[in-house]
Design a protein around this ligand. Structure first.
Ligand code: F42
Length: 146
């Protein structure tokens, strides 16, 4: 079942514009960053309960996706990561397909495996990790069947 709630736009200008242009064009426009495909994740705000939309790199494997809470290696974690820990039911739009998923934070061998897939898509993730003391969280999104 799709998420319900009021959409609250992000205060980050470039990321908000990308997410909005991507959704408005059904994934036909604003669908890459430096030539690499992106997806748009919708989470439920941990405090507001509002719908939050975030453009992220597309890391897909066998119908599952990973999302990497890198925020360019900033010291603070992106807000959507905590939103997902509180409310793991999320939506993800890849090209013109939007589906419901359940997010699960990864650790151990599974994390290592998905990190390698993510770094293959976007090698900068490795340099982001070197830039920050926090371990960058990575979540797998598995299709949510009603
Ligand atoms: N960020 C990544 O972390 N990883 C990526 O792979 C990535 C790729 C990417 C590709 C294209 C692009 O345009 C942007 C990309 N970004 C990537 C940046 C990404 O889109 C986000 O801007 C970034 O991850 C920061 O996420 P954020 O959730 O911290 O966003 C901030 C700017 C934001 O929107 N904050 C909101 C605000 O009002 O400014 C708050 C959002 C929120 O969830 N609020 C909660 C609520 O309850 O509504 C409360 C949260 C709390 O605990 O206070």
């Amino acid at each position: 079942m799709p998420l319900t709630g009021e959409y609250k736009p992000s205060t980050s200008d470039w990321a908000r514009k990308q997410a909005e242009a991507f959704e408005a064009s059904n994934g036909e426009k604003a669908n890459t960053l430096r030539g690499v495909p992106i997806v748009v994740l919708t989470t439920v705000g941990a405090k507001t309960g509002a719908l939050r939309k975030t453009a992220l790199m597309r890391v897909e494997h066998a119908g599952r996706y990973a999302v990497v809470a890198s925020k360019g290696g900033a010291p603070d974690e992106p807000r959507w990561a905590e939103n997902m820990r509180r409310q793991p039911h999320v939506e993800l739009q890849d090209a013109d397909v939007k589906r419901d998923y359940i997010a699960r934070e990864l650790s151990g061998g599974e994390r290592t495996e998905w990190w390698a897939r993510a770094a293959e898509v976007w090698p900068d993730y490795d340099s982001y990790q070197l830039r920050t003391d926090r371990q960058i969280a990575i979540f797998v999104l598995e299709p949510h069947e009603d």
